[in-house]
Design a protein around this ligand. Sequence first.
Ligand code: MOS
Length: 754
Amino acid sequence: MTTDSLLPNQTNKGHIGDPLSRVDGHVKVTGAARYAAEYTTPDLLYGWVVSSPIAKGRVTAIDDAAARAIPGVVDVITHENRPHLAWLDHSYADMVSVPGSPFRALYDDKIMFSAQPLALVVAESLEAARDAAALVRVDCEAEPHNTDLRVAMKDKFEPKKKRSTFEAPKSRGDALVAYEQAALKHRAEYHLGTHHHNPMEMHATTVFWHGDGKITVHDKTQGAQNVQGYLASVFGFSKKDVRVLNRYVGGAFGSGLRPQYQVFLATLAAKKLERSVRVVLTRQQMFSHVHRPEAVQTVALATDHDGRLQAIINDATTPTSRFEHYMEVVCNWGLMAYACDNASGEYTLAEVDTYTPGDMRAPGAATGMTLFEIAMDEMAFEAGLDPLEFRRLNYAEKNAMNDTPYTSKALREAYNRGSEAIGWKDRPLAPRATKEGHELVGWGMATGMWDALFMKTAATVTLLADGTLLVANAGADIGTGTYTVMTQVAAETLGVPVSKIQARLGDSELSAAPVEGGSWGAASTGAAVQLACESMAKQLLKAAAKIDGSVLHGAGFDDVEFRDGVIRLKADPSKQVSLTDALAATGKDRLEVEETAKPGPMDLISTMRKSRNTHSAVFAEVKVDEELGVVRITRVVCAVAAGRIINPKTARSQILGGVVMGIGMALHEETLTDHRFGRFMNHSFAEYHVPVNADIDSIEVIFVDEPDPEVTPLGVKGLGEIGIVGTAAAVANAIFHATGKRVRSLPVTIDKLL
Ligand code: MOS
């Protein structure tokens, strides 16, 4: 490879559909991109969190004398000396809150979970703060706690107050009777362990105290405006005095959807001390807040003699904290995915003494669809059918739970393309049929599903006299490619070269945008940018047509195209006016246009509603050492139906990342609790295992054609999450096929296989 070929984006224009390299790639790999903990000022103070040693109880005394004696220590902030805080739960709510009472650090003496922050040591240096934090003595009075889901399940309940994104499972027919009467059955309980998000970048906040009532907050978050609103209402700032920035985010996977306690503590300290403050959590402390809840799911399936589904019973319980009810859609996917007249689902919560769980990449689906797809594999085996044939036989054209048509569902094509790529037709039906040396070889598959969401989002485009186009909103790019996608949509719509476009995100002062989550970023920000560019295009044409003797005089919007920095007649491309001349003709040196994209009124009428989903077919090949139980995942093929692909390169990266995380879910990831202490014990990368490069072999990503002008304005469905859904099931099913051993609890660790 010559060095020339490493230069970014020389050969393509970056229009929609081009594999444009990340526009933020250069600043990221050169270290020029700055993250929340990298902003600094000479008089910066450093906060270090003191965490609770017990899971439940009360703080009875705090002795901070030794800590305060360390040179450089400025304060030890606790519930006893903190400044005034809002007291209504409502003030602590954020854009993605769940029902309940949001956690408030240092509010009172109550301890509700292990490693809860109980004090913040603030010092002139990080070293002094850390040193002093070890000397803070916190006396606690412990109360009985429970962190064991199995124990808590005795009091499980259906969530009464629902979060807005939650949809309870809907039953149809009589699943119990159909199950009893059916010819072939399978029923089993499945389990998924707790996961922690573990983004590369720790949760961190640097607050700049300006001394004029204003603060600037560099925060690791998926939503600058979400944090802005939260800080304003908690600390009594006027919203306009709080500016939150998150231009670059080192991964999040959902951990940054809600404001986490580091931003609260850093702002609290800044307000109390009237100084600039930084708080960075340690990797261990990253295990003290949000996590993907573990799950217990019971699946009962029944078919007739031919393998046609007669009954689906899909019940699940996930834990939540005692102070908030976090819920996710776990059961619905199985009820939606397959044609079957009788289906029921029950989703329940159980309270434990931990921090509130939260959204993690494909929340609910990664859990519920994955475990369900292991059950589907078992049912296929019971019916003597090939697992792919079994799914084709029970294919649902419509959303089978809501009886609504899909805007599009090219899952059949994903099955075809994916199975062809992995060579599924050569797979022996029986398990334990293939051996290579000391390894058993197996092939498994699963279906994946996720939502295709579209959120109300604004964007501003600004054309400058030198032809530069600024494209902006307050959304975030958490590594997903939003900067690149918005650049391409603008390039396509206004015909401005990529080199002339500057995308801006991660600033609460920019146009209104939701948190970056739910895989809605490309569809929503893309639609807003397109709308703003179209609006600007119309204004520029109007101005260009009015220029004296203009070649575009009398041209309508449909008569022209915007390409290569000019407006030109479609009929005669030699007749053109440059965008900069058009701008000059407006009499202004810059033209700024803001537009808001939102779902149309038809989408809100429930009787007209269609289901909007992405689908995938995941295939895995594994090799299992027969004596040692070591699993190698040698191939994964993920065939995805996700509407229009704006950028095949960043799209592929999203699926690769999702599949890698799915491999972690299959073989590695689980946070283990010592219930005696109510504490997550493996809170480090030495003991919380994620896949590393050596664990990853061939991953093939396929995007099937799925034109869908209806789902969102750009026909985009979103890709951030679908890659993880079902992947772990494909692996677990392949392990069964290789070894004949069924493991119903993820991750499939060696001890479970031996
Ligand atoms: Mo995603 S779990 O909505 O960041």
